[in-house]
Design a protein around this ligand. Structure first.
Ligand code: NAD
Ligand code: USQ
Length: 397
């Protein structure tokens, strides 16, 4: 099938583009390279030296004979150009990665809050609008987040795949059953944009009968896949800085370079995790199993396992003998929560999750050792705060 991968130069988008191309799909990447510019603005860089997208796709062609085309375009700012591209290319599917995805960056200041809202909401709406305007039957696969469910429960309540079965008492004394979107409970401006995306998906599936799959993805860890490892010029991004670095990759990098692991608060927070190779596989599965036109959006929980941060830190410590720092939490989040997530649908498509305990350190240690000269330890502290309490930023810097 012909697939537009929007945001295909990013951490999840690049390996997914290669995976889809290797499966024989005709892949076209759209990206505005905003992420590379944010790195420059923050004065940070990927731990791994990533090539320009033109060199990446040329290398892929040189190694495999497969063509990945790309278009530089801001989908949030250039509706007409984007809508023309959709009409002219007539893709079977669109995979949408193109959002500002860091919660700490979204909470940094008024400018980054505004940017996150306008980029993510306008971008998603432009895609939906352009698909409707094209009159084509295009399946949209969106990367959402586990964070739309929130992390407020201490009880072991199962998190369903997007929809909650409920009973309601009618005014004439009967009890009826219904299934509603799980109540959203975002924990940052970034996560809030994902809940707003989800609302737009409900509307467009109902009003315009668009076929939409929303993947509620957990925290992605790892860097390389078997395809990005084929050549150094295909290497994937690895963020370790306090805004874009995610927790497990940061812990593994910190352990390798001898910096104490930065656990926020008690580490009682439970989060969902998935390896980058599994991200690629799940997206391919989602593309192969679209909902029918007229159905509500299909919601899949794209996560392999849940862990508390304290347990993760201890696992890393047991393998490396590193130190652990329990720091004041710059975020406004529950100190502890339970997270009991159903992922039956993706598993029913044949996906076998990769678990952290089976392959924890090897890949990341090799990558971190190899590029340790590129690490700037001053960029490790998380200094973007959820409140104006400046003293937190000062303690953690
Ligand atoms: P990333 O920042 O590495 O990649 C996003 C890509 O989209 C970048 O290349 C960026 O330049 C591009 N982009 C952003 N806005 C754009 C626009 N308006 N027009 C065109 N291109 C634009 O992020 P990622 O880690 O690859 O995440 C991809 C998606 O997956 C995001 O939507 C994110 O919310 C979701 N997700 C990521 C994780 C994770 O742990 N990384 C977990 C769950 C969900
Ligand atoms: N944390 C630490 N120490 C650190 C960094 C983070 O304890 O050094 C904690 C945070 O306080 C939080 C948890 O680890 O409790 C997760 O933080 P994170 O930065 O790894 O992940 P998060 O902000 O949730 O965002 C990431 C991606 C985002 C995606 C989300 C999936 O950046 O794009 O949507 O994971 S999920 O968390 O399932 O919603």
């Amino acid at each position: 099938m012909k697939v537009l991968v929007i945001g295909g130069d990013g951490f999840c988008g690049w390996p997914t583009s290669l995976h889809l191309s290797s499966l024989g799909h005709d892949v076209i990447i759209i990206d505005n390279f905003s992420r590379r510019r944010i790195d420059e603005d923050l004065n940070v860089q990927s731990l791994t030296p990533i090539c320009e997208l033109s060199e990446r796709v040329d290398t892929w062609f040189e190694l495999t004979g497969r063509v990945i085309r790309f278009v530089e375009l801001d989908i949030a700012e250039n509706y007409d150009e984007f809508a023309d591209l959709i009409k002219n290319e007539a893709p079977d599917s669109v995979v949408h990665f193109a959002e500002q995805r860091a919660a700490p960056y979204s909470m940094k200041n008024a400018t980054t809050k505004n940017y996150t809202i306008s980029n993510n909401i306008c971008g998603t709406h432009n895609i939906l609008n352009a698909i409707v305007e094209s009159t084509l039957d295009i399946h949209l696969v969106h990367l959402g987040t586990m964070g739309v469910y929130g992390y407020g429960h201490e009880e072991p309540i199962p998190i369903p795949e997007g929809y909650l079965d409920i009973k309601i008492d009618t005014t004439d004394g009967r009890e009826i059953s219904d299934s509603i979107v799980y109540p959203p409970n975002p924990g940052s401006i970034y996560h809030m944009t994902k809940t707003m995306d989800a609302q737009m998906f409900q509307y467009y599936a109902k009003n315009d009968r668009l076929r939409i799959t929303d993947l509620h993805q957990g925290i992605v860890w790892g860097t390389q896949t078997n395809l990005t490892s084929m050549d150094d010029r295909l290497i994937n991004r690895f963020d370790y800085d306090g805004d874009y670095g995610t927790v497990l990759n940061r812990f593994l990098m910190q352990a390798t370079v001898g910096v104490p692991l930065t656990v926020h608060g008690t580490g009682g927070q439970t989060r969902a995790f998935i390896h980058i190779s599994d991200t690629c596989q799940c997206i391919a599965q989602a593309l192969s199993h679209p909902p029918v036109s007229g159905a509500r959006p299909m919601i899949l929980n794209q996560m392999a396992e849940t862990q508390t941060l304290a347990d993760l830190a201890k696992q890393v410590q047991s393998m490396t003998d590193c130190k652990i720092s329990y720091l004041p939490n710059p975020r406004n989040e529950a100190e502890r929560n339970d997270l009991n997530v159903r992922n039956d649908l993706l598993r029913s498509f044949g996906w076998e999750p990769t678990l952290i305990k089976d392959c924890l350190l090897t890949e990341i240690t090799e990558i971190t050792e190899r590029y340790r000269d590129r690490i700037d330890t001053e960029k490790i502290p998380c200094v973007s705060c959820w409140t104006e309490r400046q003293e937190l930023a000062e303690t953690t810097s």
